[in-house]
Ligand binder design. Structure first.
Ligand code: SAH
Ligand code: SF4
Ligand code: F3S
Length: 469
């Protein structure tokens, strides 16, 4: 670069910042679909855009940039995006009629999976950006403002996390006393129903120092509870501060040393990656909450094999036994798919049997949705929709009963609650139990960020009511 260019660039940026000082800030509206990682990513994109002069808005019609952070996991999730794009296209036209621009961006897993097809189907879209290139968002936007349409879905070789700016402390404080922190991204497991290995790429672990630094910044901003995120979070590994190879268990011990961080969680785990050290963390680390989301998907070995889960129902139950031996009060949560190709009544009954045996505190269950490009979509013997419906209903009734029984079992007991926010009704605050249930308490019971002892008095539909113990 010669001196001329440097000077020109400097003048450009000087005149730009002068303009920024007088012009109203540009606004971005971000809508998030899908899993917690998308929630985290949306915050990081918002942070990158803040550094680029955008402030966040909740009013879509006011936005100079609308970003949809999308999910591709099931057909319904992906189709939602296109119907939303139709609505936004009309708003874009209304703004254009009064001489105001509205750029439309699609990020997330639909962006990665469908790329340029999104612009073909919805020509009002200006940019499509996949999860591995969010750090390039400001550059991409500069080119879009120059009139280009951009599809950016290459898997970047550089570490995006190193290039994504951290939020300002004031912004972190605004985001509350609980936070997500991505430590691992991508998946190499290739379950035959799942798009994630294609949309998020292969497994990558963030380095220890980066994770510790981010957790320290969160704690400094008043965060009390951090949930570590990864598509296969317990596959996380990295070189530790002692030069040794660490797994997630060791990382949790390290994060528990950070002053202010009182509660740790992690999600989502794969049964094959629950190692001894992680189980030991559940035994020895009071900060690690006694709640584990450990999806099994099916209780039938035949179906588990067809799903390429690479464990049997018995393996899963034996693993739970070891975890429960380490931490008696651990509550379990899971994910289930009904109607995977070839699933017979007997296979489904095996799932029901496993659920009865495990007794879940909460769970998510879905009808199998064939995803383009996954092996499951091409398997024979797809299950009729009506059969899937009937199985899902039965499974959900059982899971709901278990969830309610779990809540009822807590009535009368004394537990810790992290106060998170004001309640919806005056005079109340909402906290969080160790098992992730919302706990409604009197607003005088404590300040936001306090962990208080409460006695559970009754259960609501999905929450607990409690008084100071
Ligand atoms: N990484 C996590 C899950 C990610 S997807 C894991 O390995 O458990 C979240 C859940 O969506 C999955 O656990 C599964 O139950 C469900 N899911 C994924 N693909 C699906 C599909 N094609 N149809 C229906 N449900 C699906
Ligand atoms: Fe999908 Fe299986 Fe990977 Fe989970 S482990 S993200 S279900 S492929
Ligand atoms: Fe959906 Fe992508 Fe998460 S497909 S569930 S947003 S990893």
């Amino acid at each position: 670069m010669d001196l001329n260019t440097i000077e020109r660039n400097e003048t450009d940026s000087a005149s730009q910042s002068a303009a920024a000082a007088s012009a109203p800030a540009k606004k971005v509206f971000v809508k998030t679909y899908g899993c917690q990682m998308n929630v985290y990513d949306s915050q990081r994109m918002t942070d990158a855009l803040a550094a680029d002069g955008y402030t966040a808005t909740d009013v879509i019609a006011d936005a100079d940039l609308v970003l949809l952070n999308t999910c591709h996991i099931r057909e319904k999730a992906a189709e939602k995006v296109y119907s939303e794009l139709g609505r936004i296209r009309d708003m874009k036209a209304e703004r254009a009629a009064v001489g105001r621009e509205m750029l439309i961006g699609v990020a997330g897993c639909v962006a990665q999976a469908e790329g340029a097809e999104i612009i073909r189907r919805s020509p009002a879209v200006d940019l499509v950006i996949g999860p591995q290139t969010y750090h390039r968002l400001p550059d991409v936007l500069a080119r879009v403002r120059g009139g280009e349409k951009i599809v950016e879905t290459e898997y970047a070789i550089e570490d995006k996390f190193e290039h994504l700016p951290q939020p300002k402390r004031a912004e972190m404080i605004k985001r509350g006393v609980t936070a997500f922190l991505t430590v691992q991204e991508g998946c190499d497991k290739f379950c035959t129903f799942c798009v994630v290995p294609y949309t998020r790429g292969s497994e990558v672990s963030r380095p220890v120092a980066q994770i510790v630094a981010e957790a320290e910044r969160l704690a400094d901003a008043g965060v009390r509870e951090v949930t570590l995120l990864g598509q296969n979070v317990n596959a996380w590994h990295g070189k530790g501060e002692d030069g040794m190879e660490w797994g997630l268990g060791r990382l949790l011990f390290r994060l528990a040393e950070i002053p202010g961080l009182a509660r740790l969680r992690y999600t989502t785990s794969h049964p094959r990656d629950m190692d001894d050290e992680l189980i030991a963390a559940h035994r020895d680390l009071p900060a690690l909450m006694p709640y584990l989301h450990l999806p099994v998907q099916s209780g039938s070995d035949r179906i588990l094999k067809a799903m390429n889960r690479r464990h049997t129902a018995k393996d899963y139950l034996a693993l739970l036994e070891r975890i429960r031996a380490a931490r008696g009060d651990i509550a379990l949560s899971g994910d289930f798919i009904v109607g995977f190709p070839g699933e017979t009544d007997a296979d489904f009954e095996a799932t029901m049997g496993l659920v009865r045996q495990v007794n879940y505190a909460s769970a998510f269950s879905f009808k199998y949705s064939p995803r383009p490009g996954t092996p499951g979509a091409d398997m024979p013997d797809h299950v009729p929709e009506a059969v899937k419906d009937e199985r899902l209903q039965r499974l959900q009734a059982l899971l709901l009963k278990q969830q309610q029984d779990f809540g009822l079992g807590l009535v009368g007991s004394t537990i810790d609650t992290l106060i998170e926010k004001p309640g919806r009704q005056a005079g109340q605050k909402v906290g969080r139990s160790p098992w992730l249930q919302p706990v409604i308490v009197d607003e005088m019971a404590g300040e936001i960020g306090d962990i208080i002892r409460v006695r559970i008095t009754k259960t609501g539909y999905n929450s607990l009511f409690a008084e100071l113990a």
